[in-house]
Ligand binder design. Structure first.
Ligand code: AMP
Ligand code: FES
Ligand code: ZN
Ligand code: ZN
Length: 314
């Protein structure tokens, strides 16, 4: 198939645009769309310093390079953040993840910080897996949220960017419908202002970018990233999420553009309506141990509770 914009052979079909693109035109279109969407959805309006959370996977690594090359046009300074979560389980997962993130910060000439869950907070996800009955992914998710917010504030960033992609969003939305998690759906936006006691705005610049396109772009650009899945991704809770993801992928194969339509409709029509219902100004408390935000009914935040529980077991 020929490129829709020149005579060269196409390397990628963009079904929802009814377009075929050669290598150069795909890269150019991808770069331009990133800047256009960032401006259209006002991701960085009033932002000065953006902390970019990088795990070393294709999504966050691609986001880092896109933000680094567009920083002048978007009028922002970027700083990098990566967390060593202490996930090994015989695979060296976290070590590879941090090494890859650091390599990319250096390639992009971005100042960065590595946060080590083990030495900075005295527990690891491997330890939490052995020492609590919560699924590893749930402890991991809450630790990432806590540390990324705290570290972004410490780095004087006003904005935190994560690499969630269109497929992640479609899966999150669909699973929110299936299980009726309306409140968390109401907070799932491409851009979330600082709220509930937090000081940074949260943005997901790849919200409308399909995973397959990100992988293809990352390979064509040739920067290093890890393919390895997290060794805990086959746990019970994750498997049901994965099945929902597979279902979305098979719907997409039968009806190309389904995920894009679903996520666009959600962001434009459904989420604002949910937000109107659920956006009551919730009372925020402060954790007695670390001083960070917590819900009013908790004296100690869930991150400190887990940290203490594991410390008591040592
Ligand atoms: P996940 O929660 O694994 O789906 O990752 C979602 C996003 O969180 C990634 O795209 C990154 O932006 C960020 N993230 C995940 N793991 C890490 C990590 N170890 N260090 C820094 N950021 C991370
Ligand atoms: Fe967090 Fe798998 S448990 S990435
Ligand atoms: Zn072309
Ligand atoms: Zn706390």
């Amino acid at each position: 198939m020929k490129c829709s914009l020149c005579d060269k052979e196409a390397v990628r079909e963009i079904p929802y645009m009814k377009m075929y693109l050669c290598r150069e035109h795909f890269i150019e279109w991808f770069d331009q769309r990133f800047i256009r969407d960032s401006k259209r959805y006002r991701l960085f309006e009033n932002s000065k310093r953006v902390a970019v959370a990088v795990s070393g996977g294709k999504d966050s690594t691609t986001m880092l390079h896109l933000l680094s090359q567009a920083s002048k046009q978007l009028n922002i300074e970027i700083v990098g953040l990566t967390i060593d979560l202490g996930i090994d389980n015989g695979t060296g997962y976290s070590r590879k993840s941090v090494e890859t993130a650091v390599k990319n910060f250096e390639i992009a000439h971005v100042k960065y910080k590595v946060i080590d869950l083990g030495s900075d907070y005295n527990f690891t996800i491997d330890k939490a897996k052995r020492g609590t009955n919560r699924p590893a992914c749930s402890v991991c998710g809450l630790s990432k949220r806590y540390i990324l917010n705290a570290a972004a504030e410490e780095m004087d960033a006003d904005t935190l960017a994560t690499g969630h992609n269109l497929d992640d969003m479609a899966q999150f939305i669909f699973s929110g419908y299936v299980y009726g998690n309306l409140e968390s759906l109401s907070r799932n936006s491409m851009v979330n202002p600082p709220e509930r006691g937090y000081c940074v705005k949260k943005v997901k610049p790849l919200f409308f970018t399909p995973e397959g396109e990100i992988l293809h772009y990352a390979i064509l650009r040739g920067y290093p990233f890890i393919y390895d899945p997290c060794p805990y991704s086959s746990e019970f809770g994750s498997v049901s999420q994965e099945r929902i993801g597979d279902m979305m992928k098979s719907m997409e194969a039968k009806m190309p553009g389904t995920m894009m339509n679903m996520v666009k409709t959600f962001e434009k029509q459904i989420r604002p309506a949910l937000h109107d219902i659920y956006s009551r100004d919730e009372d925020v408390g402060r954790c007695k141990l670390c001083g960070r935000p917590t819900t009013k009914d908790r004296e100690i935040c869930s991150f400190c509770s887990i940290k203490n529980k594991l410390a008591a077991k040592q």
